[in-house]
Write a protein that binds this ligand. Structure first.
Ligand SMILES: Nc1ncnc2c1ncn2[C@@H]1O[C@H](COP(=O)(O)OP(=O)(O)OP(=O)(O)O)[C@@H](O)[C@H]1O
Length: 470
């Protein structure tokens, strides 16, 4: 569909709380642009957020931040033109419970820090840093996106305290839940949680508050448990400084940049697989294994945030104490564009170069890990999947959203609601694509269940190279 002269809407890239993101491709030059479309008539509460997002995003110009190309309003529809990140979300590179190779994690984390440091130097806080908001371009370069919660914290050279309680609970810093917090340490905390997700493939806690057992254990310095035992000693020592519960004692940007874990050449990062329980006991008993003064692992800050009422806070929240602006819980639900079958570009060998701007559409490829093909008919696939879901004890319902779609509802190990959808797409030649997307809940828990279902379907999973089947 032609959007403006010579620019065609090629596919839907995803869906956010307030609208859709489409890929625009120039017919002649093959240039690509991501187009965020927000219908303010449908989401009148988004107007302020979108205005602020545009105001802030247009100020930014950095390699590790999604470029802002412009915006346009037509009636109630707001269009935002952004750099297209063809590599998908960082979130999709994290293997549940495993994370990723430490060298890879270091590389991504370094880029993330470069981007966040740039923002902070401009006096801007992101306030919703998480792997779902960190995109990758075709060269595996980190691109920080989604400035919906961003704010200016430095005005005429003076830093102001923030008080809006916003972000995504597992990534949010403890002081944000209390109100009146400094912007940079809060973003740094979120980076620390992202690093844990990259290295361990799981999040350490639901929220950093006194009623959360895992967080309380961390505060007392007990690291003889997951995910900490999966981290090697250097990484753990670094994470300890990023996740210092006292904002005032948390590591600063300059010290992050100079930290041995980040400045070490890849070979010095230690083994992946963790320091193990024996070492954990030594750490917990106070032995400083790093030999560095500032790396003493037992010196966790013990200041405790006051208990607060958070009943109304959900997974992704925004609670303002002053402006009475409040968003509903938001869950990113990236919808497969079922309206056109060529919205699905799948492949396993194309690699990142496949996504470069020179590629013809057919090789343009979104690297999403939560999809695979099975070699059977559509009906049989639905039957097999739903039988497994019954066997596991998941609730499901079969619907139709541009093709059959199984919505699965369950609770995760922390008793939080988890809802995901499996779109079932016939590819021809007895090949069916199962495309799983998170609707609500913790992304890593979703992935854990995806892996579980995939294992159960391994007998019919297509193991060969994934090429486009017309
Ligand atoms: N510039 C982009 N390039 C490629 N894909 C993008 C781009 N921007 C967004 N997307 C995709 O579209 C999805 C929706 O993006 P959007 O910014 O609207 O919302 P979100 O970040 O998921 O959620 P929310 O605003 O609800 O927190 C993203 O999850 C991402 O997968």
């Amino acid at each position: 569909m032609e959007f403006i002269e010579e620019w065609f809407i090629e596919q839907t890239l995803g869906e956010g709380a307030f609208g859709e993101v489409k890929l625009l491709v120039n017919k002649k030059t093959k240039d690509e642009v991501a187009l965020k479309i927000i219908n303010l008539q449908l989401h009148p509460d988004a107007a302020d957020t979108v205005r602020k997002e545009v105001q802030i995003h247009k100020l930014l110009d950095h390699d590790n931040i999604i470029r802002f190309y412009g915006s346009r309003k037509e009636g109630p529809i707001e269009y935002i033109f952004l750099e297209y990140a063809s590599g998908g979300e960082l979130f999709d590179r994290i293997e549940p419970d495993c994370g990723m190779d430490a060298n890879k994690a270091q590389n991504y984390f370094q880029q993330l820090i470069n981007g966040v440091d740039y923002l902070h130097k401009l006096g801007i806080a992101h306030r919703d840093l998480k792997p779902e908001n960190i995109l990758l371009d075709g060269s595996d370069r980190i691109k920080i996106s989604d400035f919906g919660f961003a704010t200016v914290f430095r005005i005429r050279g003076r830093d102001r305290l923030l008080d809006k309680r916003c972000g995504t609970l597992p990534y949010v810093a403890p002081e944000v839940l209390k109100g009146n917090y400094k912007a940079p340490p809060a973003d740094i905390w979120s980076c620390g949680i992202i690093l844990v997700a990259l290295l361990a493939g799981e999040l350490p806690w639901d929220k950093p508050s006194n009623d959360c057992h895992e967080f309380m254990k961390w505060k007392t310095g007990d690291m003889c448990c997951l995910p900490w035992t999966k981290l090697d000693i250097k990484a753990l020592s670094f994470v300890k400084r990023l996740l210092c519960p006292s904002a005032g004692r948390r590591i600063t940007m300059d010290l992050i940049m100079a930290h041995p874990w980040l400045s070490k050449k890849s070979s010095g990062l230690g083994t992946k697989g963790g320091y193990g329980i024996q070492l954990a006991k030594k750490i917990a008993s106070g032995l400083n294994l790093s030999g560095r003064e500032d790396d003493s692992i037992i010196h966790l800050c013990l200041s405790q945030p006051e208990a607060r009422k958070e009943d109304e806070v959900d997974c992704h929240f925004d609670q303002s104490s002053n402006d009475h602006h409040r968003r509903n819980p938001i869950f990113s639900f990236s919808q497969p564009a079922g309206e056109r079958v060529d919205d699905f570009f799948i492949g396993s060998q194309l690699g990142s170069q496949a996504a470069n701007t020179q590629s013809p559409p057919i090789t343009r490829w979104v690297k999403r890990l939560t999809r695979f093909c099975v070699t059977t008919t559509l009906d049989k696939t639905i039957h097999e999947v739903t039988e497994i879901l019954d066997d596991i004890g998941f609730q499901w319902k079969l619907g139709n959203s541009s093709g059959p779609c199984i919505t699965v509802s369950t609770v995760d190990k922390r008793k939080n609601l988890l809802v995901f959808k499996a779109h079932v797409i016939e590819m021809g030649n007895r090949m069916v694509l199962l495309d799983f997307r998170l609707s609500r809940g913790d992304g890593l828990e979703f992935k854990r269940n995806f892996v579980r279902l995939r294992e159960r379907l391994s007998k019919i999973e297509w193991k060969g190279p994934m090429t486009w089947v017309m």
